[in-house]
Design a protein around this ligand. Structure first.
Ligand code: PMV
Length: 325
């Protein structure tokens, strides 16, 4: 009863922030994202009588009980659905550093969901898998489907799942993540969601979002990079304005975050169509079309930044045959 899955992280162009149901991880707003080809998690799950409790490893390092609660809760969900009582060994590894605002919980829970469901013999639809992943970590539901993905907020667990708007082949965008910090962030996004409503800007954000979502979907449909990029920037700034004004405030930016944002504006003035977005962390995601990639990389290098992860749009979570143990 062993299975292995690989799942991408995703970058949201319209971001999920705030929950209407904490336990069910039902978001306050719809969100739209793209899967990232070079920010992935691979996870092997083995359910067996050999284990007397769940054992969770990151690479070859056993994780202590404080870190594994959410993973074990998720295994429990799968066991309940599969009506099985076996404990599991889970080994997981990321292609990128954990806790840097590159959504390790998204790729992590997407890979865990698919591997655990397969290892326990569950036969679930894409919709059921997305719902199950959402219960582990909200944004993980978007990493289950290919390419460009939308997650509907909805009022019930059964209706809040993500689906593909376009496959990974639809638009050859790049997300070049400039990694400015590999430090683990002190406040997780899970904790941050809970205080979103305390920002005086939160309600205004919710009211304006449907309009922005429609415009972004239209720009995606017409592959209009200028409109798309401007909307993605506007959204990232607004999300961080909410974060910074919630109580207690969340400052994910570092001075380098702001430096890169200013560079992007200069590069655009010089005629290069490149835009930024941000996740729950200081790293900056530069969005451009494939044809601009070389120029953007050169600009980044000239400005002194070297640590980058270059992503294409990617497929969703999938089962692979090569196990980690
Ligand atoms: O799924 P979580 O709890 O890691 O929340 C993700 C929140 C953001 O990354 C800030 C935005 C998003 O939609 O990915």
């Amino acid at each position: 009863m062993k299975a292995t899955a690989i799942a991408p992280a995703n970058i949201a162009f319209i971001k999920y922030w705030g929950k209407k149901d904490k336990a069910l991880r039902l978001p306050r707003n719809d969100s739209i994202s793209m899967n990232l080809s070079n920010a992935t998690t691979t996870t092997t799950v083995d359910f067996s009588q050999d284990y007397v409790k769940d054992e969770i490893y990151y690479g070859n390092q056993k994780m202590d009980d404080g870190e594994t609660g959410r993973v074990i809760d998720h295994l429990e969900r799968v066991r309940r659905l599969a009506k099985k009582r076996l404990f599991a060994r889970v080994i997981t590894k990321n292609s990128f550093p954990k806790g840097t605002g590159i959504a390790s919980s998204a790729s992590g829970f997407a890979a865990l969901t698919l591997a655990a469901a397969a290892a326990s013999g569950l036969k679930l639809s894409a919709k059921q898998l997305s719902i199950l992943a959402r219960l582990g970590s909200g944004s993980a539901c978007r990493s289950m489907s290919p390419g460009f993905v939308e997650w509907k907020a909805a009022d019930s667990s059964n209706n809040s799942y993500a689906y593909s708007l376009y496959s990974e082949k639809y638009w050859n965008l790049r997300d070049i993540i400039i990694v400015v910090s590999e430090e683990k962030k002190s406040i997780t996004s899970s904790a941050g969601h809970e205080n979103a409503g305390s920002s005086i800007f939160f309600q205004a954000r919710l009211e304006n979002l449907p309009q922005r979502i429609n415009k972004l979907k239209e720009a995606l449909k017409t592959k209009d990079i200028k409109t798309f990029g401007n909307l993605a920037e506007e959204e990232a700034i607004e999300l961080h304005a909410v974060m910074m004004t919630q109580k207690p405030p969340l400052f994910y930016w570092s001075s380098k975050t702001l430096e890169i944002i200013k560079y992007v504006h200069i590069w655009r003035k010089e005629g290069l169509p490149v835009y930024f977005t941000l996740d729950a962390g200081p790293n900056v995601h530069l969005i451009c079309e494939e044809k601009q990639e070389k120029k953007v990389l050169q600009k980044i290098k000239n400005s002194g930044y070297k640590n980058m992860i270059i992503n294409n749009p990617a497929a969703g979570a999938k089962i692979i045959n090569k196990h980690l143990f």
